[in-house]
Design a protein around this ligand. Structure first.
Ligand code: BGC
Length: 385
């Protein structure tokens, strides 16, 4: 089932309700156990497990979510797991033992939490999978994320347009740099991009000189810039000797793009600057976009993601079922999807937001999210802390 809305009147009405201190979840109610199920938020604790603080975006996610729940009166326990699946599993066990009322998890390793979450299910603790889908368990109630395949597709389409693949004869050289093998999203990003470009690869208009054309071959351990840099330096040394031109590198996100940009600086001898993609709108990458070292980033508005997540969780905690009805009350475009994300046990009910492309020509769009501001130099952007 797919349900999408974009009714402007409703958007304005909902924003007004929000400004007036109204509740989105109340509008989104599709079934209600009973009004008396609505309890005092102060009696409820949300356990939030985020993957790591050394990758920029999760700090913002953790902070935003914590603030949103606390502003509404809920208690929050927020954990970070140093990108270590065992540590995160222990963190979640700790949260379950503290009898949290809801678990909100962005998994380090999508497959490592299933046993622990079965315990959460046995204790009737709802589990919401945040940004990354948790695999192999019936315990997940909802998944809130962006359309992950579209992230990759936008990157692929950007390369297609920039290289004018339909109007020029090429051939061009391209490489792919993917995310971590254990992150379920990473495969969607890679496939989204690869599938967009595969016909040009098959026809020989795009060459992948390294021969690395599968997700497994291009995955970057822990998504870390230093690992992406090492892999890219090796690739450049082996496949791009004496000024051989590399035209484009599809990097699944900004941390990998950062490493690739460094490898281009240190090791690349071609005369052009390869077109490098990214995802997230990390500060250093936005500087690189202004400086022409990275071409684009796919932006996922974290304010919107945390707002949708908050409304889903709040509705559950109030004893109601968010399901498709919640979409109508949300002030941004969201698809309610029950047929795309299967975690090996079931199709997980998903709320999917819409990502978009940022280049040096539309950085102002980031400022309009209220999450970024122009620096005094009027040239670079910083995140609003
Ligand atoms: C997220 C990306 C992020 C990556 C590394 C993915 O699961 O969707 O936004 O760049 O993890 O942290």
């Amino acid at each position: 089932m797919l349900r999408r809305k974009s009714d402007m009147k409703k958007v304005i009405a909902t924003i007004t309700a929000l400004v007036m201190g109204g509740s989105l979840a109340a509008c989104g109610k599709t079934s209600s156990s009973s009004e008396s199920a609505v309890s005092n938020p102060g009696d409820k604790t949300i356990g939030i497990a985020m993957p790591a603080q050394n990758l920029e975006r999760w700090n913002s996610d953790g902070e935003f979510l914590k603030n949103k729940f606390e502003e509404a009166g809920y208690n929050v326990i927020l954990t970070y797991s140093d990108n270590n699946a065992t540590k995160q599993n222990n963190d979640v066990i700790g949260l379950i033992s503290k009898d949290v009322d809801l678990l909100l998890i962005a998994a380090v390793d999508g497959k490592e939490l299933s046993k622990t979450l079965d315990e959460a299910k046995a204790k009737n603790i709802p589990v919401v999978s945040y940004d990354r889908l948790i695999m192999g368990t019936e315990a997940i109630t909802y998944y809130v994320s962006f359309d992950n395949a579209t992230v990759g597709k936008l990157q692929g389409e950007y390369i297609k347009e920039q290289l004018q693949l339909d109007d020029t004869s090429g051939p061009y050289n391209i490489e792919f740099v993917g995310g971590d093998l254990a992150d379920n999203n990473a495969r969607y990003f890679f496939n989204g991009a690869y599938d967009t470009l595969v016909n040009y690869i098959d026809s020989g208009k795009l060459n992948v000189r390294s021969g690395k054309t599968t997700f497994e071959q291009v995955a970057t351990t822990d998504w870390l810039p230093e690992n992406a840099k090492k892999d890219m330096e090796k690739n450049l040394n082996a496949n791009y000797p004496s000024g051989t031109q590399l035209d484009a590198v599809i990097c699944s996100n900004d941390s990998t793009a950062l490493g690739v940009t460094q490898a281009i600086d240190s090791t690349y001898n071609g005369s052009n600057q390869p077109i490098i993609t990214g995802q997230d709108g990390d500060e250093e990458n936005l500087r690189n976009i202004v400086d022409g070292k990275q071409a684009m980033t796919v932006y996922k508005n974290l304010n919107d993601l945390t707002l949708v997540t908050f409304e889903v969780c709040k509705t559950i905690l109030e004893g109601n079922v968010p399901a498709a009805g919640l979409v109508d009350s949300l002030p941004m475009e969201v698809t309610y999807d029950t047929g795309s994300y299967n975690n090996g046990k079931k199709y997980v009910q998903s709320y999917l937001l819409v990502p978009y492309v940022i280049t040096k020509d539309n950085l102002q769009l980031l400022v309009e999210t209220d999450l970024y501001k122009w620096n005094d130099d009027g040239k670079y952007l910083s995140k609003v802390k």
